[in-house]
Write a protein that binds this ligand. Sequence first.
Ligand code: GUN
Length: 284
Amino acid sequence: MTAKIISGKDISSDIKNEAAAAAAALTAVGRQPTLAVIVVGEDPASRVYVNNKKKACVFCGINSPEYAFPYETTQETLLRCIDELNRAPEVDGILCQLPLPAHIDENAVIDAIDPKKDVDGFSPVNACNLLAGKDCFLPCTPAGIIEMLRRSGIQTAGKHCVILGRSNIVGKPAAVLMLRENATVTVCHSKTKDLKSYTKSADILIAAIGKPNFVTADMVKPGAAVIDVGINRTPDGKLCGDVDFEHVKEVAGAISPVPGGVGPMTIAMLMHNTVKAAQMHINE
Ligand code: GUN
Protein backbone atom coordinates (compact mmCIF):
# COMPACT_ATOMS: atom_id res chain seq x y z
CA MET A 1 0.00 0.00 0.00
CA THR A 2 1.40 3.38 -0.86
CA ALA A 3 1.75 6.10 1.77
CA LYS A 4 -0.73 8.86 2.52
CA ILE A 5 0.69 12.07 1.05
CA ILE A 6 1.01 14.86 3.61
CA SER A 7 0.23 17.93 1.51
CA GLY A 8 2.09 20.92 2.87
CA LYS A 9 0.43 22.86 0.10
CA ASP A 10 -3.09 22.19 1.41
CA ILE A 11 -2.23 22.53 5.12
CA SER A 12 -0.27 25.75 4.51
CA SER A 13 -3.26 27.13 2.64
CA ASP A 14 -5.45 26.62 5.75
CA ILE A 15 -2.83 28.32 7.96
CA LYS A 16 -2.50 31.26 5.55
CA ASN A 17 -6.29 31.66 5.51
CA GLU A 18 -6.27 31.76 9.33
CA ALA A 19 -3.44 34.35 9.27
CA ALA A 20 -5.32 36.40 6.65
CA ALA A 21 -8.45 36.49 8.84
CA ALA A 22 -6.40 37.62 11.85
CA ALA A 23 -4.55 40.21 9.73
CA ALA A 24 -7.88 41.57 8.43
CA ALA A 25 -9.13 41.99 12.01
CA LEU A 26 -5.97 43.96 12.87
CA THR A 27 -6.24 46.07 9.72
CA ALA A 28 -9.89 46.84 10.58
CA VAL A 29 -8.70 48.50 13.80
CA GLY A 30 -6.01 50.49 11.95
CA ARG A 31 -3.07 48.15 12.65
CA GLN A 32 -2.16 46.28 9.46
CA PRO A 33 0.68 43.82 10.25
CA THR A 34 4.07 44.70 8.72
CA LEU A 35 6.96 42.36 7.97
CA ALA A 36 10.23 44.09 7.00
CA VAL A 37 12.19 41.86 4.61
CA ILE A 38 15.99 42.31 4.38
CA VAL A 39 17.88 40.77 1.47
CA VAL A 40 21.63 41.08 0.87
CA GLY A 41 23.13 40.21 -2.51
CA GLU A 42 21.67 38.38 -5.49
CA ASP A 43 21.62 34.71 -4.42
CA PRO A 44 19.04 33.22 -6.83
CA ALA A 45 17.64 30.71 -4.31
CA SER A 46 17.22 33.46 -1.68
CA ARG A 47 15.45 35.61 -4.30
CA VAL A 48 12.94 32.81 -4.95
CA TYR A 49 12.33 32.29 -1.21
CA VAL A 50 11.92 36.01 -0.55
CA ASN A 51 9.53 36.42 -3.49
CA ASN A 52 7.44 33.52 -2.19
CA LYS A 53 7.37 35.05 1.30
CA LYS A 54 6.29 38.41 -0.08
CA LYS A 55 3.62 36.75 -2.22
CA ALA A 56 2.23 35.08 0.92
CA CYS A 57 2.25 38.47 2.67
CA VAL A 58 0.14 39.94 -0.15
CA PHE A 59 -2.29 37.01 0.14
CA CYS A 60 -2.59 37.46 3.91
CA GLY A 61 -2.91 41.26 3.79
CA ILE A 62 0.46 41.79 5.48
CA ASN A 63 2.54 44.80 4.46
CA SER A 64 6.06 43.64 3.41
CA PRO A 65 8.49 46.45 2.60
CA GLU A 66 11.79 45.15 1.22
CA TYR A 67 15.23 46.41 2.25
CA ALA A 68 17.58 45.19 -0.50
CA PHE A 69 21.34 45.66 -0.13
CA PRO A 70 24.16 44.87 -2.57
CA TYR A 71 26.51 41.97 -1.82
CA GLU A 72 29.32 44.33 -0.74
CA THR A 73 27.20 45.93 2.02
CA THR A 74 29.04 46.18 5.34
CA GLN A 75 27.86 44.60 8.57
CA GLU A 76 27.67 48.08 10.07
CA THR A 77 25.17 49.23 7.41
CA LEU A 78 23.06 46.15 7.98
CA LEU A 79 23.10 46.58 11.77
CA ARG A 80 22.09 50.23 11.36
CA CYS A 81 19.10 49.18 9.21
CA ILE A 82 18.06 46.58 11.82
CA ASP A 83 18.38 49.17 14.59
CA GLU A 84 16.02 51.51 12.71
CA LEU A 85 13.52 48.71 12.07
CA ASN A 86 13.71 47.66 15.75
CA ARG A 87 12.68 51.19 16.71
CA ALA A 88 10.00 51.66 14.01
CA PRO A 89 6.64 51.27 15.79
CA GLU A 90 4.80 50.19 12.62
CA VAL A 91 7.19 47.25 11.99
CA ASP A 92 5.98 44.02 13.62
CA GLY A 93 8.44 41.50 12.22
CA ILE A 94 11.96 41.62 10.79
CA LEU A 95 13.16 38.89 8.44
CA CYS A 96 16.78 38.86 7.30
CA GLN A 97 17.09 36.21 4.59
CA LEU A 98 20.00 33.81 5.15
CA PRO A 99 22.64 32.99 4.11
CA LEU A 100 24.43 36.33 4.32
CA PRO A 101 27.70 37.07 2.45
CA ALA A 102 30.80 35.57 4.13
CA HIS A 103 32.13 38.95 5.32
CA ILE A 104 29.04 39.45 7.53
CA ASP A 105 28.73 37.68 10.88
CA GLU A 106 25.31 36.03 10.71
CA ASN A 107 25.09 35.61 14.48
CA ALA A 108 25.76 39.33 15.04
CA VAL A 109 22.89 40.17 12.67
CA ILE A 110 20.48 37.67 14.23
CA ASP A 111 21.43 38.92 17.73
CA ALA A 112 20.65 42.50 16.67
CA ILE A 113 17.01 41.78 15.81
CA ASP A 114 14.64 42.70 18.66
CA PRO A 115 13.39 39.32 19.99
CA LYS A 116 9.84 40.78 19.97
CA LYS A 117 10.19 41.23 16.18
CA ASP A 118 12.16 38.02 15.53
CA VAL A 119 9.44 36.22 13.56
CA ASP A 120 12.01 33.69 12.26
CA GLY A 121 12.55 32.57 15.88
CA PHE A 122 16.35 32.59 15.39
CA SER A 123 17.40 34.98 18.18
CA PRO A 124 19.09 33.53 21.28
CA VAL A 125 16.24 34.87 23.45
CA ASN A 126 13.64 32.94 21.45
CA ALA A 127 15.89 29.84 21.28
CA CYS A 128 16.29 29.93 25.09
CA ASN A 129 12.58 30.42 25.65
CA LEU A 130 11.88 27.45 23.40
CA LEU A 131 14.24 25.30 25.48
CA ALA A 132 12.64 26.61 28.70
CA GLY A 133 9.16 25.75 27.39
CA LYS A 134 7.98 29.37 27.43
CA ASP A 135 5.80 31.08 24.84
CA CYS A 136 8.01 32.48 22.05
CA PHE A 137 8.35 32.79 18.29
CA LEU A 138 8.99 29.26 17.04
CA PRO A 139 11.39 28.78 14.10
CA CYS A 140 9.13 28.46 11.06
CA THR A 141 10.33 25.17 9.54
CA PRO A 142 10.17 23.03 12.72
CA ALA A 143 6.90 24.71 13.72
CA GLY A 144 5.56 23.86 10.25
CA ILE A 145 6.56 20.21 10.70
CA ILE A 146 4.62 20.03 13.99
CA GLU A 147 1.53 21.54 12.31
CA MET A 148 1.81 19.05 9.43
CA LEU A 149 1.85 16.13 11.85
CA ARG A 150 -0.92 17.57 14.03
CA ARG A 151 -3.26 18.45 11.18
CA SER A 152 -2.66 15.08 9.50
CA GLY A 153 -3.70 13.26 12.68
CA ILE A 154 -0.28 11.64 13.16
CA GLN A 155 0.25 10.69 16.80
CA THR A 156 3.50 11.82 18.39
CA ALA A 157 3.16 10.89 22.09
CA GLY A 158 5.34 7.89 22.93
CA LYS A 159 6.54 7.57 19.32
CA HIS A 160 10.18 7.38 18.35
CA CYS A 161 11.10 10.43 16.29
CA VAL A 162 14.45 10.32 14.50
CA ILE A 163 15.81 13.59 13.14
CA LEU A 164 18.57 13.61 10.55
CA GLY A 165 20.51 16.87 10.87
CA ARG A 166 21.43 19.11 13.80
CA SER A 167 21.25 22.65 12.39
CA ASN A 168 20.21 25.60 14.56
CA ILE A 169 17.37 26.36 12.13
CA VAL A 170 15.81 22.89 11.78
CA GLY A 171 17.35 19.87 13.55
CA LYS A 172 17.93 21.27 17.04
CA PRO A 173 14.62 23.16 17.42
CA ALA A 174 12.71 20.26 15.81
CA ALA A 175 14.14 17.98 18.52
CA VAL A 176 12.93 20.31 21.27
CA LEU A 177 9.48 20.67 19.70
CA MET A 178 9.07 16.91 19.24
CA LEU A 179 10.02 16.43 22.91
CA ARG A 180 7.29 18.93 23.76
CA GLU A 181 4.93 16.72 21.73
CA ASN A 182 5.94 13.82 24.00
CA ALA A 183 7.91 11.91 21.38
CA THR A 184 11.11 10.05 22.22
CA VAL A 185 13.70 11.86 20.16
CA THR A 186 16.99 10.79 18.56
CA VAL A 187 19.08 13.31 16.64
CA CYS A 188 21.46 11.81 14.06
CA HIS A 189 24.16 13.68 12.14
CA SER A 190 27.17 13.27 9.88
CA LYS A 191 29.20 11.50 12.57
CA THR A 192 26.45 9.05 13.59
CA LYS A 193 27.54 5.42 13.24
CA ASP A 194 25.19 2.83 11.72
CA LEU A 195 22.60 5.44 10.76
CA LYS A 196 20.23 2.82 9.38
CA SER A 197 19.83 1.17 12.80
CA TYR A 198 18.26 4.46 13.98
CA THR A 199 16.18 5.34 10.92
CA LYS A 200 14.76 1.79 10.81
CA SER A 201 13.32 2.22 14.32
CA ALA A 202 11.73 5.63 13.63
CA ASP A 203 7.95 5.97 13.79
CA ILE A 204 8.49 9.56 12.61
CA LEU A 205 11.53 10.31 10.46
CA ILE A 206 12.49 13.93 9.79
CA ALA A 207 15.18 14.38 7.11
CA ALA A 208 17.01 17.72 7.16
CA ILE A 209 20.49 17.04 5.82
CA GLY A 210 20.56 18.63 2.38
CA LYS A 211 21.56 15.53 0.40
CA PRO A 212 19.35 14.60 -2.55
CA ASN A 213 17.53 11.25 -2.22
CA PHE A 214 19.67 10.29 0.81
CA VAL A 215 16.91 8.39 2.65
CA THR A 216 16.21 5.19 0.74
CA ALA A 217 13.36 2.68 1.19
CA ASP A 218 15.55 0.14 3.04
CA MET A 219 16.21 2.78 5.76
CA VAL A 220 12.51 3.28 6.59
CA LYS A 221 10.32 1.33 9.02
CA PRO A 222 7.10 0.13 7.32
CA GLY A 223 4.24 2.50 8.16
CA ALA A 224 6.48 5.35 9.40
CA ALA A 225 5.66 9.02 8.84
CA VAL A 226 8.45 10.60 6.79
CA ILE A 227 8.91 14.38 6.70
CA ASP A 228 11.30 15.65 4.03
CA VAL A 229 12.84 19.05 4.79
CA GLY A 230 15.40 18.93 1.96
CA ILE A 231 15.31 21.35 -0.95
CA ASN A 232 17.94 20.15 -3.42
CA ARG A 233 18.46 20.40 -7.17
CA THR A 234 19.22 17.33 -9.28
CA PRO A 235 21.87 17.74 -12.03
CA ASP A 236 19.05 18.35 -14.55
CA GLY A 237 17.74 21.24 -12.40
CA LYS A 238 14.70 19.52 -10.89
CA LEU A 239 13.75 20.16 -7.25
CA CYS A 240 14.12 17.12 -4.98
CA GLY A 241 14.19 16.42 -1.26
CA ASP A 242 16.45 14.40 1.04
CA VAL A 243 14.15 11.38 0.63
CA ASP A 244 13.91 9.01 -2.34
CA PHE A 245 10.18 9.77 -2.58
CA GLU A 246 9.21 7.28 -5.32
CA HIS A 247 10.55 4.25 -3.43
CA VAL A 248 10.03 5.39 0.17
CA LYS A 249 6.32 6.06 -0.46
CA GLU A 250 5.88 2.30 -1.03
CA VAL A 251 7.13 1.57 2.53
CA ALA A 252 6.08 4.60 4.62
CA GLY A 253 2.61 5.14 6.11
CA ALA A 254 2.69 8.87 5.35
CA ILE A 255 5.17 11.08 3.51
CA SER A 256 5.58 14.74 2.65
CA PRO A 257 6.59 15.53 -0.95
CA VAL A 258 9.13 18.03 -2.33
CA PRO A 259 7.97 20.42 -3.67
CA GLY A 260 4.63 20.95 -1.93
CA GLY A 261 5.64 19.70 1.53
CA VAL A 262 7.63 21.48 4.21
CA GLY A 263 8.55 24.48 1.98
CA PRO A 264 5.08 26.09 1.89
CA MET A 265 4.63 25.26 5.60
CA THR A 266 7.70 27.36 6.50
CA ILE A 267 6.16 30.35 4.74
CA ALA A 268 2.74 29.81 6.32
CA MET A 269 4.30 29.73 9.80
CA LEU A 270 6.12 32.99 9.03
CA MET A 271 2.71 34.54 8.29
CA HIS A 272 1.38 33.06 11.55
CA ASN A 273 4.33 34.50 13.50
CA THR A 274 3.98 37.94 11.89
CA VAL A 275 0.31 38.17 12.82
CA LYS A 276 1.16 36.97 16.34
CA ALA A 277 3.80 39.75 16.55
CA ALA A 278 1.27 42.38 15.45
CA GLN A 279 -1.26 41.11 18.01
CA MET A 280 1.45 41.41 20.70
CA HIS A 281 2.43 44.93 19.60
CA ILE A 282 -1.07 46.38 19.34
CA ASN A 283 -1.18 47.20 23.05
CA GLU A 284 2.33 48.69 23.26
N1 GUN B 1 17.26 30.77 4.74
C1 GUN B 1 16.82 29.49 4.63
N2 GUN B 1 15.72 29.31 5.40
C2 GUN B 1 15.48 30.49 6.00
C3 GUN B 1 14.48 30.93 6.91
O1 GUN B 1 13.58 30.21 7.33
N3 GUN B 1 14.56 32.23 7.29
C4 GUN B 1 15.55 33.06 6.86
N4 GUN B 1 15.56 34.30 7.31
N5 GUN B 1 16.49 32.68 6.01
C5 GUN B 1 16.44 31.40 5.60
